[in-house]
Structure formats: structure tokens, C-alpha cells
Ligand binder design. Structure first.
Ligand code: PGA
Ligand code: ZN
Length: 422
């Protein structure tokens, strides 16, 4: 049983405080850290911040104290291997639809720590604990060029990712990604000067580019320059995070103002010109209708991912599935607040023929739980930033270890992760 539940304030990768929870069961003491978004969806579970003088209002001592003195009372004494019962106990003690009493940053840190402690108490790896016999290594969707809220440029598209789906193993995919990343670095430096190789929140470069094609062209050059074939070895993916450049019915990007229909045409052009396989949040977070239209038009060749649209919430996802809005779920455990609920959302997606991409947040930590969650789900896709910076590489490196340990039974998802490439 769980004998002690504790928490403390630690720093995330942006230098903001976040919640670390610590679970003691038997002789094991196990911790996990809550991540934090910048371009958060308005339907996400609540991230509780203190709003006082410390850390410019961003302190999380209220959430920490909720773990120490409220959640502890609810789950101490429970069987550490019963994650679902523990998550449910937290959910009902919180009692709100969006975890606003305890804070999702409190519940997610506890839930992740309980999952890890359960695995340790059983003497198995976390992915094995969550899904015995899991063996599929995900394709890394590496964000090598950052824009939007994660950078300080005029680029409105938030994430430009590469996806080495043509690799044979996860380790090869990661190497290919890193080689392209370094090629991109030298091309950016040559074309735009040294300031172009400064980096954004997720470890990708944040050059002062103005338009989407400028970014995509130089990434194409980097893929080729590194010796790979775009559209065979390495594909491209984007997270537009379109709510961030939407206001009053229109979208402002690349020096233009577009309505939803024009924006869809803009993406259709991109998907004709580049080997784009995945596009996340192409329209603002409540526009299920345009998402449905777009899925009809482009869904057979393009994975359309709902992040702010679905917020890892089964109710919003169900609404999307009924409307054929998008064909993939972005899975962020802290958007919903517990591991059990996130897994439920993933299961609903997978059984409805939606793909699932497990995701980090722009504010991250050394915690690697999402790497195991991606393997456990067998969903074949993970995005956790550039192949650089410790809070990003910790996840990729964890996947290297899992692949090595699985040995012959490991299988890299590769192209099979994408309906359009099968
Ligand atoms: P966020 O960005 O963590 O800042 O929300 C990641 C994403 O939009 O996918
Ligand atoms: Zn997103």
C-alpha cells in the first residue's frame, strides 16, 4: 500500500515552477513531474497557479499543498498497483469537471508517480506494467524549427517537425533526425546568420523567418543535405496551433488574412508541395465543422491531429469521432489530469480508427513517463521536441533504452503508424 504522498515545487524547462509528486510504497520512493503548456487549449483541465508575489504569480504551492494535505488523505493506504482506483479516488475527491479544486498539475504528478511506483513494486518497466507485452517503438516527430508561442519570430505555424518514418529502427530514426537537425543548423547559419540558430522552447531553431514556405524549404534542403530522401526516408509534419493566430473569424499568417476556407486551401497547397504527413490543430480549437470538411478533403493523405480541439478529453473526442472531425488524437496526460483518463481517450481513439500521437508539453522536465506511455499504447507516434536539450532527449534516450532492452522483440512502427503511408 501507499504509505506516504508528498510533493514539492521544482522548475520546468522554461524556468517556471511545477509540481513534483513523490509516492512511497513499501521500500520504494518514486517521483514524477507535471509538464506545462504555453499554447494551452481553453478546454484543458486547470493548471493551478498561486497568483501571488512569488515567481510572478506562477508558483504552484497551492497545488503542492493539495497533494501534501488533501490527495494524501484520499489515497494513502490504497494498493499502489491499482492505478485506476487511485485515479478515480482523486477524480471524485476533486469533484469538478476540470480538476479545478486540486489542480490538474497536482493530480497528473501524483498519477504518473503512482504508475511508476506500481511498475517498480512489480519489478517491471513502466511500459510493460501499463501494457504487458508491448513492443512497438514510436516514430519520433521531431520539432526542429519553432515558431508561434514557442519562439520570437513572425512565423505563425508553431511547430515544423520531421518524421523519419522510413528508418528501420527507433535508434536509426533518432540518428537521422539528429543529422537533419545539424544540417539545418548549418544551412540556417549560412543563409540567415548566427542569430538564426538560436533555439525555441522545444529545442528547435527559431530563425527570424516570415513565412511558412521559407521554413519548409530550408527543412527540405536539410533533409536532402543530410543524405535522405524527403517523402521516402523522412517526412514532414506540422502543428499549426491555429487558435494562436485566430481572431474574430480570421487567421493572420504569412502576411495574409484568411478565412477558414482559404486556410484549408493554404494547407492543401502545402500538402501538394511538400511530403507532409501530419498536421495538428490546423484550425481554431472549437471549429469542428471546418475540421470535418478538411478531413473529407485531405484526410486520406494527411493525418489531421486534434490537440486543443480534443484536449485528451473523451467527451470532446467522441464529438469529433461522430462528426468525422480529424483522424488522430494528440495525447497529453496533463490536459485531462490522470493517466487512466488519458489511456481511456487513447483507447477510444484507436478503436475508432483514429491514430494517436503521444506528446510532451513545451514546458517539460527530466521526467520520461511519456516515452513508456507511447510504447504501452503501441500507437507508433511520439512528439517530444527537437533531438536536443535534456528535457527532450531524456524521452528519446529512454526509448533507445527500451528498444535495446526489448532486443529482437522490438518493432519500430515506421510507415505503418500512418494510415496514408500503409
Ligand atoms: P504547448 O505546445 O505545450 O505549449 O501547448 C505543444 C502543442 O501545442 O502541441
Ligand atoms: Zn499542439
Amino acid at each position: 500500500p501507499i504509505t506516504r504522498v508528498w510533493a514539492r515545487e521544482v522548475l520546468d524547462s522554461r524556468g517556471n515552477p511545477t509540481v513534483e509528486a513523490e509516492i512511497t510504497a513499501g521500500k520504494d520512493c518514486v517521483s514524477a513531474i507535471a509538464p506545462s503548456g504555453a499554447s494551452t487549449g481553453s478546454h484543458e483541465a486547470l493548471e493551478l497557479r498561486d497568483g501571488d508575489a512569488r515567481y510572478n504569480g506562477k508558483g504552484v504551492m497551492k497545488a503542492v499543498n493539495n497533494v501534501r494535505f488533501s490527495i494524501s488523505k484520499v489515497i494513502e493506504g490504497m494498493d499502489v498497483q491499482n492505478l485506476k482506483a487511485i485515479d478515480n479516488a482523486m477524480i471524485s475527491a476533486d469533484g469538478t469537471p476540470n480538476k479545478s479544486k486540486f489542480g490538474a498539475n497536482a493530480t497528473v504528478a501524483v498519477s504518473l508517480a503512482v504508475a511508476k511506483a506500481g511498475a517498480i513494486s512489480k519489478g517491471v518497466e513502466l511500459h510493460e506494467y501499463l501494457s504487458p507485452g508491448s513492443y512497438i517503438l514510436p516514430v519520433p516527430m521531431m520539432n526542429i524549427l519553432n515558431g508561434g508561442k514557442h519562439a520570437g519570430s513572425n512565423l505563425k505555424i508553431q511547430e515544423f517537425m520531421i518524421s523519419p518514418a522510413g528508418a528501420a529502427t527507433f535508434a536509426d530514426a533518432l540518428r537521422m533526425g539528429a543529422e537533419v537537425y545539424h544540417e539545418l543548423k548549418s544551412l540556417l547559419k549560412k543563409s540567415y546568420g548566427v542569430s538564426a540558430i538560436n533555439i525555441g522552447d522545444e529545442g528547435g531553431f527559431a530563425p527570424a523567418l516570415d513565412t511558412t514556405p521559407e521554413a519548409m524549404n530550408i527543412i527540405m534542403d536539410a533533409i536532402e543535405g543530410a543524405g535522405y530522401a524527403p517523402g521516402r526516408d523522412v517526412y514532414m509534419a506540422m502543428d499549426a496551433a491555429a487558435s494562436e493566430f485566430y481572431a474574430d473569424g480570421s487567421y493572420t499568417l504569412d502576411g495574409k488574412t484568411l478565412n477558414a476556407g482559404e486556410l484549408v486551401d493554404f494547407y492543401a497547397d502545402l500538402s501538394r508541395s511538400y511530403p507532409l504527413i501530419s498536421l495538428e490543430d490546423p484550425v481554431m480549437e472549437d471549429d469542428f465543422e471546418t475540421m470535418t470538411e478538411m478531413t473529407k478533403k485531405l484526410g486520406s493523405k494527411l493525418q489531421l491531429v486534434g490537440d486543443d480541439l480534443f484536449v485528451t478529453n473523451t467527451e470532446r473526442l467522441r464529438r469529433g469521432i461522430e462528426a468525422d472531425a480529424g483522424n488522430a488524437l494528440l495525447l497529453k496526460v496533463n490536459q485531462i489530469g490522470t493517466v487512466s483518463e488519458a489511456i481511456e481517450a487513447a483507447e477510444l481513439a484507436l478503436k475508432s480508427n483514429y491514430a494517436v500521437m503521444v506528446s510532451h508539453r513545451s514546458g517539460e522536465s527530466e521526467d520520461t513517463s511519456i516515452a513508456d506511455i507511447a510504447v504501452a499504447l503501441g500507437c507508433g507516434q511520439i512528439k517530444t521536441g527537437a533531438p536536443a536539450r535534456g528535457e527532450r532527449t531524456s524521452k528519446y534516450n529512454r526509448l533507445l533504452r527500451i528498444e535495446e532492452k526489448l532486443g529482437q522483440s522490438a518493432k519500430y512502427a515506421g510507415k505503418s503508424a500512418f494510415a496514408a503511408l500503409k
